[in-house]
Design a protein around this ligand. Structure first.
Ligand code: VGL
Length: 193
């Protein structure tokens, strides 16, 4: 068994102080760093980044926080960078997505060599993936569903994620169940804001 960890969108704009801050985002960055600081079980560790230039109606000045969002993770701004508390940076590849349209799934991205995540994982002989990062109910959700659809045995490690709308998280769990995605752990209770 060859297992990869996919670290989804642990970027400044998705953490406290960012333009689309998810409660508990910085804590997730810290927990993922701890997970990867010690001996960890992963053969391959990759990351994804939201990487917007002009993603059309994905950005809005009057966002609904479901299909439209405040501008975030714009290429060339500080908000697109990995969060400072993500101290692990030794990724085998980083997959950027969403330049000109919404792209919730890391499987829509490409790395610096033009490889897709599916290509990369397949060539690395990966058969299992664990998915962590931000946000549980959007980019983690979509990345995990696509991983399962591409035939990878897929687990979301909830303790290492943070959700935009924890009160509606059951919808995400249901979508994972239909897709054959496993979950482990539990969604952290975000710090009071
Ligand atoms: C995300 C909302 C908008 C995410 C990206 O990374 O989960 N959420 N764009």
């Amino acid at each position: 068994m060859t297992t990869a960890l996919i670290v989804v969108d642990v970027q400044k704009d998705f953490c406290e102080g960012g333009s689309l801050a998810v409660a508990g985002g910085a804590a997730v960055a810290e927990r993922i760093s701890e997970l990867l600081a010690a001996d960890h079980p992963y053969d391959v560790v990759v990351a994804t980044r939201d990487h917007h230039i002009d993603p059309g109606s994905h950005f809005s000045s009057d966002p609904d926080y479901v299909d439209s969002w405040p501008p975030h993770c714009v290429v060339g701004t500080d908000g697109v960078e990995f969060h400072d508390q993500l101290t692990f940076r030794d990724f085998a590849a980083i997959f950027d997505k969403g330049e000109y349209q919404a792209a919730y799934s890391g499987f829509e991205g490409k790395d610096a060599k033009g490889r897709t995540l599916e290509d990369f994982l397949t060539r690395a002989g990966v058969d299992h993936v664990d998915v962590v990062g931000i946000a549980t109910d959007y980019c983690v959700a979509a990345t995990a569903r696509d991983a399962a659809a591409d035939g990878f045995a897929t687990t979301v490690r909830l303790d290492y994620t943070a959700a935009v709308a924890p009160d509606r998280i059951q919808q995400t769990y249901d979508s994972w169940e239909r897709a054959g995605v496993e979950v482990s752990g539990s969604l952290p209770v975000p710090p009071a804001s």
